[in-house]
Design a binder for this molecule. Structure first.
Ligand code: AFP
Length: 341
């Protein structure tokens, strides 16, 4: 008879993490708990999106990225703003939905952390019941509280203390890393808890799947066209088996599937978007930390995404992320095409 597994909530998992650092103040634990509470609230609202007429569809406004703001985007943004930093442990919060960073009240706490997030990524999919997600990254404050500025907010991904995402799909999952493996928790709606379901996720070294919006092919560079063609027909000599294609158009969902099954997600530059579409701080860097902690890799085509220092909160980067072998191969192809080795 197999031994039943002990159930573990995300809160107790985070507490275990805190015990590994005897000097920890509990600020970080509290912050992850805040994020988990916000995720539960957003999850509940996303789940009833089809029922509640008044929260479906666009608000009619355009956000700082020039995209139509969905009502649930606004809702999720507000929930995270209200839930995060309840102990005064967050000094700055940046959101994909807000043009400027928000400086939070830290009188009651240490203001030790900076949080940047995309509260509801893939929100153009909500109306058609496709999975959406939240992505977050947590950095540590660098200066004193009365000297907060760009050096605190605009840090590279390799300075991240933790990163995670929540996928609101057929079930809601919370996946995070704080540098000790990548762990996934699935929401049990009956008890309203995230329970450990995917301990120490390791992503396959080689892809079975490529994920890219191929409608942009006419405006890709020749090397990107060739890379995607080779994923389709088999890498290099065309001898290997080609990959299968999957593209949801919701980054968290595409990334999550590829993380578990082995795959590469590409958002290359196009002629009209030479920087690509995805934002470094609230999408690419946090997912890059997770990919690397699971044995994968993320590149902007020239080097690790984690090395890139943002110019501003909404800096965009091209993104190639997923199974390590394939992302490194993409980097090599781009480097060769640009006259490198
Ligand atoms: P939305 O939040 O506007 O739906 O954008 C989603 C997203 O940022 C990311 O989740 C997708 O992978 C990507 O854009 C899809 O972009 P394309 O529609 O250009 O393929």
């Amino acid at each position: 008879m197999t031994q039943p597994r002990n159930l573990q909530t995300i809160e107790s998992h985070i507490l275990d993490l805190q015990r590994m650092h005897p000097s920890a103040s509990g600020d970080f634990t509290g912050l992850l708990n805040d994020i988990s509470l916000a995720a539960k609230i957003v999850s509940q609202e996303v789940n009833k999106a089809g029922l509640a007429e008044e929260i479906l569809g666009a608000t009619g406004e355009v956000n700082v990225q020039g995209e139509a703001v969905q009502k649930l985007d606004e809702f999720a943004n507000n929930v995270f703003l209200h839930c995060i930093g309840t102990r005064g442990q967050v000094c700055i919060m940046g959101s994909e939905e807000l043009a400027d960073p928000v400086y939070l009240d830290t009188r009651e706490g240490t203001g030790r952390y900076i949080v940047v997030l995309d509260p509801l990524d893939g929100s153009s999919n909500i109306d058609v019941n496709v999975s959406v997600g939240t992505i977050f990254g947590i950095w540590r404050r660098q200066s004193s509280l009365d000297n907060l500025g760009d050096s605190d907010l605009l840090q590279a991904g390799n300075e991240l203390v933790a990163a995670g995402y929540i996928i609101y799909g057929s079930s809601t999952m919370f996946v995070y890393t704080a540098g000790h493996g990548v762990h996934g928790f699935t929401m049990d709606p009956g008890i309203g808890e995230f329970l450990l379901s995917h301990e120490n996720i390791q992503t396959p070294f080689r892809s079975r799947i490529y994920s890219v919006n191929e409608a942009y092919e006419p405006s890709w560079s020749d090397v990107v066209k060739d890379i995607v063609r080779q994923f389709k027909y088999g890498r290099d000599s065309g001898n290997g088996p080609g990959l299968t294609a999957r593209y949801i158009g919701s980054l968290v969902a595409d990334f999550h599937r590829n993380l578990l099954k082995g795959g590469i997600y590409l958002y290359p530059p196009t002629t009209d978007k030479p920087e690509g579409k995805l934002r470094l701080m609230c999408e690419a860097a946090p997912l890059a930390m997770i990919a690397e902690a699971a044995g994968g890799y993320a590149s902007d085509g020239t080097g690790p995404v984690l090395d890139i220092k943002p110019g501003h909160l909404h800096t965009r980067v091209p993104l190639y992320i997923g199974s390590r072998d394939d992302v490194l191969w993409v980097e090599k192809k781009i480097s060769e095409a640009e006259g490198g080795i």
